[in-house]
Design a protein around this ligand. Sequence first.
Ligand SMILES: Cc1cc2nc3c(=O)[nH]c(=O)nc-3n(C[C@H](O)[C@H](O)[C@H](O)COP(=O)(O)OP(=O)(O)OC[C@H]3O[C@@H](n4cnc5c(N)ncnc54)[C@H](O)[C@@H]3O)c2cc1C
Length: 452
Amino acid sequence: MGFTTDLQGTSGPGETNGRVVVIGAGLAGSEAAWQAAQAGTWVELWEMRPQVMTPAHQTGDCAELVCSNSLHSNRLESASGLLKEELRRLDSVILAAADAHAVPAGQALAVERRVFAQDVTARLQAHPRIRMVRRERQALWPLDAVTVVATGPLTSPALAKDIAAFVGTDFLYFYDAAAPIVTAESIDYSRAFWGSRYQRGQADYLNCPLSEEEYRVFWQALVEAEQAPLEAADAEMHYFEGCLPVEVMARRGPETLAYGPLKPVGLRDPRTGKRPYAVVQLRREDREGRLFNLVGFQTRLKWGEQERVFRMIPALANAEFVRFGVMHRNTFLNAPQVLLPTYQSRREPRLFFAGQMTGVEGYIESCASGLIAGRNAARLAQGLEPLAFPRETMLGAMARFITEADPGNFQPMNATLALLPPLEPAVRDKRRRHQLLAERALQALERFIRGL
Ligand SMILES: Cc1cc2nc3c(=O)[nH]c(=O)nc-3n(C[C@H](O)[C@H](O)[C@H](O)COP(=O)(O)OP(=O)(O)OC[C@H]3O[C@@H](n4cnc5c(N)ncnc54)[C@H](O)[C@@H]3O)c2cc1C
């Protein structure tokens, strides 16, 4: 049906199969629109560019990649590679265009960005059941159809205000100030101990002690480490005092951290019976305790620098980082409070959210959430029950993570194999484990597809 700029003829031939509105034609919205249309519904896809631009996008194309042209690993035994394979098996328009316009990038899938985005745009415009509306959607209401909101980390202010009013201002964030996350299996437990300050409550924190000498070396490295440059979109960001990057706090003086997030008060190392000089506390990131975040370590250091400096904490000498700390502009929901694993709003089942704003992080992760939201929006519009994907798949594991994470400490997350349920019995060899997790995921997906 193609490209239009007005709203005439919104009830189209697919009306009998239901109608779905998708707001935002980025990575998530493009996929959601495609999936809903392929499922037989009539889709109205809203995109405000090129009329209204975001601080990061350069064109009016759908699915524009705002920064890197890499969609990360294509290896099946990696989380990102597995996710891509799942998407391919589910007729993803983003993956089809990416594979068609890949450029040599070793084991990663990287694309010729302009041609890739133009191809996605052309495929959407050529779809007989998709109609594009090139306008900013300024309000959520009235909700006259099942709707998928996929307006991304740079959602326009008017709509963001409306979303905040709907979900509650406590559940919509505008900046991502996240601390790094490490896998539980990579922590050296012989150099850490469980406990909470003054033994109050349960021993929920894993404490990583530092001697005075270790602390001094760590502090020096931290203040000298290189920060990532500010993106244009982030230039307006001002730090809140309660949320300063750890390296900025460290630069205030050699003891600031020891009296701040690394203060050892109320903690005794059971191996020495003494209070350590400083303590880095780790807190569970997921219910099962497979991932831990470094409490108070929101940071803007370059990722390589984070790995180098944070591994100076003795218990983290071999830490595997599944997510690095970031601080940038990012509009996202407190998904554990707001969403179901079907990507539906808990309060209004006809409203779906998809993409980075649901707390998934990255191009492919955003596309994946768009795929689930689009398929489920179509199901709902056709009078069918929306479905949660199996948790053994990367698609399902991500949806479960964002909706089951600790809401008090929720931060966006990339796909990682650590989100998948562990194998039983456990497999020690990492390579073999990753292979088996990928095989199990694809089998679960095939069963799920057959059951549809
Ligand atoms: C500066 C920056 C750099 C990034 N770099 C990377 C990277 O290198 N690798 C990576 O994996 N991820 C990166 N990300 C994260 C990236 O945004 C997401 O991975 C991905 O683009 C999110 O997909 P999305 O569909 O949720 O949002 P987007 O792709 O941003 O799509 C949202 C769309 O909604 C439109 N829109 C917004 N408001 C409205 C409205 N009211 N009405 C109509 N349309 C609207 C926007 O114009 C946009 O087209 C970066 C993000 C930013 C901000």
